[in-house]
Each structure stands twice: as C-alpha cells, then as structure tokens.
Design a protein around this ligand. Sequence first.
Ligand SMILES: C[S@@+](CC[C@H](N)C(=O)[O-])C[C@H]1O[C@@H](n2cnc3c(N)ncnc32)[C@H](O)[C@@H]1O
Length: 236
Amino acid sequence: MSPSGQDGRRAPSSGHTARYRPGAVPASADGRLHSDVFARNAPPLIAALAPFLGGRTGAVLEIGCGTGQHAAAFALAFPGLCWVPSDPDPIHRASAAAWAAHLRAPPHPPLDIDAAAAWPDQPQVAALGPLSGVFAGNVTHIAPFAVTEGLIAGAGQRLARGGLLMIYGPFIQAGRMIGAGNAAFDERLRAENPAWGLRDTDRITELAAAAGLEEAALIAMPANNRLLIHRKPPAA
Ligand SMILES: C[S@@+](CC[C@H](N)C(=O)[O-])C[C@H]1O[C@@H](n2cnc3c(N)ncnc32)[C@H](O)[C@@H]1O
C-alpha cells in the first residue's frame, strides 16, 4: 500500500511518478501533462488492440494511466467501451481528467488505484461490475514486481468471462532480452531502483495462468515492445 501524504492523500508509490510532474514534463494550465512517447505509442497500440476491442462493450480499467493521454485516445478509438483510467498519483489523475475534457472523450473520473494493494475490493472498482478488460501500459518494468503480481491477480478476480488483460511495454521474452536498447534500459532501471526492471513474458503467462487467464496473444510492437493479451475463458 502506498504511504499517506501529510495532506491525507496517498503519495505516489514510486519515485518514477515524479517524472511526469509539471516541471519534469510540459504541462498545460488545465493540468494536462504531456508525455513525448504518447505520440509514438498510441497509433500502433490502437491498431493492435482493435481486433480485440473493436465492437466490445463494458468497462476497461486502465492501471497506471500516467498523463491519461492513452486513456483519452482509447476512449475515443473504442466508443463502445467505458474506459476508466486509474493511477495512485493525484497529479496524474488530474491530468487524465483534463485530457478527457480537452479531447471531449467520454469522461470517467480517474480512480485512485495502487495495483500492489487489494484493488479488486475497492468499492469504486466493484461498482464497475465484471470488467471487459484491464489495461496497463509501461507499468510493469517501472514498479516493484508486486505491482505486476497485483495487476494480474486482480484482473483474474475482476474480469468478466471472456474479458481481456492487456499489458504493454518492454519485456524479456522467454528468457531473451529483445534488443540492445532494452538491455541498456533494463540496466538503467535496476540501477535507479533494484525492484524495477523488465519482466519476462513467461513469468507473466505463469501468473496469468495462476489467476485463471489463458494466453490469447503476444504481439511484437514497434521499438521492441510487446503487447501481451490474456483472456478469462468464456463459460463452457
Ligand atoms: C511509465 S508510467 C506509464 C504511464 C502510461 N501508462 C503510459 O504508458 O504513458 C508508469 C505509471 O505507473 C504508475 N504507477 C506506479 N506505481 C503504481 C502502482 N503501485 N499501481 C498502479 N500504478 C502505478 C505511475 O504513477 C505512472 O503513472
């Protein structure tokens, strides 16, 4: 669980969150933060998700939404879905709300979720009903492994039958580092925080299986990233 700040709000759960703060990244007067990787990541991600999310309805919970740029773009790209952003950092949640308003995306108040905590029991999560999807982009490598474990176990609990867990980012694939850039990035992350680092796709699939999810797709994405999709099996 994240520690509480003096103002009673939970503090960001990792030093990484400070990278998106006004001053560290450009910010608009209405609270929108701007991540430079968004423009590179979003179009290929939408294209890769479309076969899985196009025509789907229900709520998709995004864990670790950061600036909220992806959340607003996905909400517009997949209008049948109720895209619900979440982040433990209040500045990120404010940015996500501001992006939805700015782009006139269907607004859903961003939720305060720490994926390493018992988030499936939170009343705001339960209120969403069985989830059509859970999405986390660029989170698993830049947070302690407990976040990956909590993300996957929670998805197993909260996904509807046929619901999808979608995890995007840089990974080690079946024990093999994919590219020199990822190897250097992994080293930098571990030097900054020994609890961080790229996760292995096989470990993700093991955790998913333990949570009752089956592998649906492992998609190679630009810049040596991967999109991992696991599904809660439909009823027999
Ligand atoms: C690298 S950013 C990715 C943001 C966004 N998904 C993207 O791709 O641009 C990682 C995000 O994970 C969030 N995060 C850190 N610890 C977390 C935790 N314990 N539970 C949920 N999110 C967390 C941070 O606040 C941050 O917004």
